[in-house]
Design a protein around this ligand. Structure first.
Ligand SMILES: [Mn+2]
Length: 320
């Protein structure tokens, strides 16, 4: 019987697994990918009695694979905060789903293991851009401003590593990043260890972000800020964190960050205004290959001729 840990390659997925495996070490096959790659459960070739943990990927988007592994006789623990769709009633499935907009998978895990690796959970919440919630939890836990700033930076860096079109774009394979992080019972230990992955990520991040200085906005008004980034690895990596930064800096307006795919289409990442976290997924779903959550949505391949139309839809939606 084999163990499988299936997890999103972003901060929330990686750090959820860090918490779980610090709490309960297990030899497992690690199945993960870039942040956008959420069809992960279908990669598991399950046998009867296998144990599968699934973290931070929509159950709705993995519904067929879930049915398949349950039918094979595997046990599944499913922890997530994305759209679940229909949750099957099955004696081998334990589902911990919480769709609260101020929850993330690492915070669900934190509750399940009774806050045992709470600092890790807070770092993940920062990484998932739940900044106010993470601040609140860090204050409650009695962390200093310096500790809070570090957890925020670490979460942001781990999240940043998940962005790219393919694994080749990433500085670290998310499975390797998980292995590097799970060595530390407390995230604060990474700061003092000059050979830690934190310091490597920090340098890489800085290098990528220096390139943003050359970019001018496509749209910039009270309702919307929109940017187009080139089809280069650094741009594929910075796009998500750049979007989060914009949202945090200007919480009253929506932000669309578009990346040139080099084939006449754009990958669009849309954030609802932080002060009005709604509709992003709905607006994106009006376009083929689009979808997402209330606070954040995306279109995987928006044709160039629809770029203006998309921006007008977003402006109309949030203009009132
Ligand atoms: Mn998440």
């Amino acid at each position: 019987m084999a163990n499988y840990d299936v997890f999103n390659g972003d901060a929330d997925g990686v750090i959820s697994l860090v918490q779980l495996r610090l709490n309960e070490p297990k030899q497992s096959y690690l199945i993960t990918g870039v942040k956008r790659d959420i069809a992960l459960l279908q990669q598991v070739r399950a046998d009867h009695g296998d144990d599968i943990t699934v973290l931070d990927i929509s159950m709705e988007k993995n519904a067929d694979a879930l049915t398949e592994v349950l039918d094979m006789g595997a046990y599944v623990t499913y922890i997530d905060h994305h759209r679940a769709g229909h949750i099957p009633h099955h004696s081998s499935l334990k589902a911990h789903i919480n769709l609260d907009a101020n929850m993330c998978t690492a915070l669900i895990v934190d509750e399940l293991i009774e806050g045992k690796y709470h600092a890790w959970a807070i770092a993940a919440a920062y990484g998932d851009n739940l900044v106010a919630k993470a601040d609140e939890l860090a204050n409650q836990a009695g962390y200093t401003n310096e500790q809070m700033a570090f957890l925020k930076e670490l979460g942001t860096l781990v999240n940043y590593n998940g962005y790219g079109s393919s694994i080749n774009d990433l500085h670290f394979h998310p499975a390797d990043l998980y292995q590097a992080l799970v060595k530390y019972e407390s995230p604060f230990e990474l700061q003092n260890d000059s050979s830690s992955v934190y310091h490597a990520l920090r340098a890489a991040y800085q290098n990528d972000f220096d390139q943003l200085d050359e970019i001018t906005p496509l749209v910039s008004n009270h309702t919307l800020g929109a940017f187009v980034l080139p089809n280069e690895p650094w741009a594929r990596r910075v796009i998500g964190v750049f979007s989060n930064d914009l949202a945090n800096e200007m919480p009253h307006r929506a932000h669309a960050v578009c990346r040139d795919n080099g084939d006449g289409t754009y990958t669009v990442s849309l954030r609802a205004p932080l002060n009005n976290k709604q509709g992003a997924g709905d607006v994106c779903a009006m376009f083929p290959t689009g979808g997402g959550r209330a606070a954040a949505g995306g279109v995987n391949a928006l044709p160039e001729h629809q770029l203006d139309e998309f921006m007008r839809c977003v402006e109309r939606y949030y203009a009132s």
